[in-house]
Design a protein around this ligand. Structure first.
Ligand SMILES: Cc1cc2nc3c(=O)[nH]c(=O)nc-3n(C[C@H](O)[C@H](O)[C@H](O)COP(=O)(O)O)c2cc1C
Length: 573
């Protein structure tokens, strides 16, 4: 899946007076959880050339050069009147700065929070900014009377969408995107992208489902024919379905029984990357997250989120030996609001001393809170391995929260009830015991699996049900490879994999392994192994049902028999 093609641009007219420039990277753009599927991404920019010319959304720094080259080859930059920034960050500001060098007179259109952050990022730059509010319009002529819709979220407080009534294109920025790189500009055969869009939603949207819901409501009355997304293929064919799916996924988050408040600030984005990974781990385990950037959130919102939560996690960078004032204020609010039964957690990125993390930990400990994990201290930018670790910590935290909430509920005597009888009957389904092993880059993983079944003769294929909260679930997307190690009756391998592994713990310590042709570990004590490729996956309640094709396999012990897992009830593995 990793592709070494160089970064490039794709330029194509998409509607009347409207062109897309897609800046493409085929490999992973950054070490952030949202790019973990490693399918590359595109940063989509749009040019509307009517009586006036506007550029919508600039790509980040890694594309500055190729983007400006493409722009200047096709358009006369002196004719650009406006740059509409649906979101601004230090990366995109690099491209803006470079554009201003060749087109100094352009007017920058953005929301008020966008203007504030732009002035902070480029303090010495002359900026001709026009701040817009929701509902404001900008007439480019020839019917392109653009309307702005503010869709702020904790991660992107300045986020703004733009609607063009002439072409019925809705420029959606982060919403409805996917991190996939390819030649396809539109979403023909849109279902192919469903998995990618879902992953993108889970990483970027699920932790602030309420704000996404508000955004969806605001966008609903624009009769859009095309979502011009900031990343991935533009949404034309699957527009209605994707809108419906977003609503469903938002509802799923809102209906979760347990919630965690994730409160943080991040001056340079590193703490935010950690926050996002923890949030992903939590939502994966079926617990909702209220992600709160305390720089942009008022005290009442913080209090409400904490009151509604079964646990809270606070994160901060260390700047000049301190936590930012907003974090200190939020800490005071949390301590005065949160019940002492609520589970706590602390994280932060730092450079050399990390006092902010100590402050959060110390104050919360003194106030009597119990911690769900040891404070996470990340030096500067997290690596891929640290991101995965943070995700697993999030999952463990969520499971702890769920267990504690369950213990609080009075136990129903269900032994003779119909549901207990059903559970017992379901438990009579057996599966062969196996261990799924994967390796992707520097990440490897293993999981004991018993819900395994042959699914096709030609090609030889099988299904495995993987709980959504398993760390390995993210290494089993379409195209990913794994080895299914079928265990032998009487051997001890199963015990090794029965235990709970700590986040980031090496699952292979003390085991004899070799590397399969597909790069994944083979357990040498297994009865047989199969080298598999994920062909598809289907969402089934709290599990993903993964269908994989077997590329090759071998029996390692001709005398042995397959270990089978017998159970008393269908509510556990
Ligand atoms: C102006 C400034 C002051 C800093 N002061 C400290 C400090 O006192 N102690 C420390 O451990 N790191 C310090 N750092 C490093 C930051 O904590 C580190 O860059 C961290 O990754 C920032 O997290 P963020 O990206 O979430 O803002 C400082 C960085 C800057 C830019």
């Amino acid at each position: 899946m990793i592709n070494n093609k160089p970064r490039d641009t794709q330029i194509i007219p998409i509607s009347a007076e409207t062109t897309v420039i897609r800046s493409r990277t085929w490999d992973r753009l950054k070490f952030e959880i949202e790019y973990a599927l490693q399918k590359g991404t595109t940063a989509n920019s749009f040019i509307i050339k009517a009586h006036k010319t506007a550029v919508i959304d600039l790509p980040g720094e890694s594309f500055t050069e190729i983007f400006l080259k493409a722009l200047t080859q096709r358009f006369s930059v002196s004719e650009i009147d406006y740059v509409i920034c649906g979101h601004i960050n230090p990366n995109r500001a690099v491209t803006l700065k470079a554009l201003l060098e060749i087109a100094p007179d352009v007017t920058i259109i953005c929301s008020n929070p966008g203007a504030i952050s732009l002035r902070k990022i480029l303090p010495d730059q002359a900026l001709n900014i026009q701040v817009v509010k929701g509902g404001d319009t900008l007439d480019l002529g020839q019917g392109h009377n653009l309307e702005f819709i503010l869709t702020p979220s904790p991660r992107w407080s300045d986020q703004m969408c733009t609607y063009d009534p002439k072409t019925q294109i809705l420029y959606t920025g982060k919403l409805f995107g996917a991190h996939v790189c390819g030649d396809q500009i539109f979403d023909e055969g849109w279902q192919v992208y469903r998995d990618d869009r879902r992953y993108y939603f889970d990483c970027l949207m699920a932790p602030h489902a309420n704000q996404v819901e508000t955004a969806l409501e605001k966008l609903a009355n624009k009769s859009a024919k095309l979502y011009a997304t900031g990343h991935g293929p533009l949404v034309r064919y699957g527009l209605t379905e994707l809108t419906g799916l977003y609503k469903t996924w938002v509802e799923q988050q809102q209906n979760q029984q347990n919630r965690v408040a994730l409160i943080y600030a991040s001056a340079y984005g590193n703490t935010a990357i950690v926050a996002q990974a923890i949030a992903r781990g939590i939502t994966k385990a079926g617990v909702a997250v209220d992600s709160i950037n305390c720089e942009f959130t008022d005290p009442e919102e913080i209090k409400t989120a904490v009151t509604q939560s079964a646990g809270f996690i606070m994160g901060s960078p260390t700047l000049g030996g301190h936590a930012p004032t907003q974090v200190q204020t939020a800490l005071g609010l949390v301590i005065s609001t949160a019940d002492k039964q609520q589970l706590a957690g602390v994280f932060g990125s730092y450079g050399w001393s990390g006092e902010a993390i100590d402050l959060l930990e110390g104050k919360l400990r003194d106030a009597g809170y119990r911690f769900g994990f040891d404070p996470i201290r990340v030096k500067f930018k997290p690596t891929d391995t640290i991101i995965k670790y943070c995700e697993e910590v999030g999952t463990d935290f969520a499971q702890l929260v769920k267990r504690r909430q369950k213990q609080k509920k009075p136990k129903a005597s269900v032994s003779e009830s119909q549901s207990a009888r059903t559970e017992q009957a379901v438990g009579r389904i057996v599966g062969s015991l196996s261990v799924v092993t994967t390796r992707k880059g520097e990440l490897s993983n293993a999981m004991l699996a018993s819900w395994v079944s042959q699914a096709s003769f030609s090609p030889p294929g099988l299904t495995i049900a993987v709980a959504k909260e398993r760390a390995i679930a993210d290494l089993m997307h379409r195209g990913d490879k794994f080895v299914l190690n079928i265990l032998q009756e009487g051997k001890q391998l199963r015990k090794h994999f029965m235990k709970n592994f700590a986040p980031g713990e090496d699952r292979f310590v003390g085991l004899e392994t070799e590397t399969a042709e597909n790069g994944c570990p083979i357990l040498k004590q297994a009865l047989a192994y199969l080298e598999c490729r994920v062909n598809d996956r289907m969402e089934c309640g709290d599990h993903w049902l993964v269908y994989a094709v077997v590329d090759s396999g071998k029996v390692l012990d001709n005398e042995g028999i397959t270990a089978v897992h017998h159970r008393k009830t269908g509510i556990y593995y």
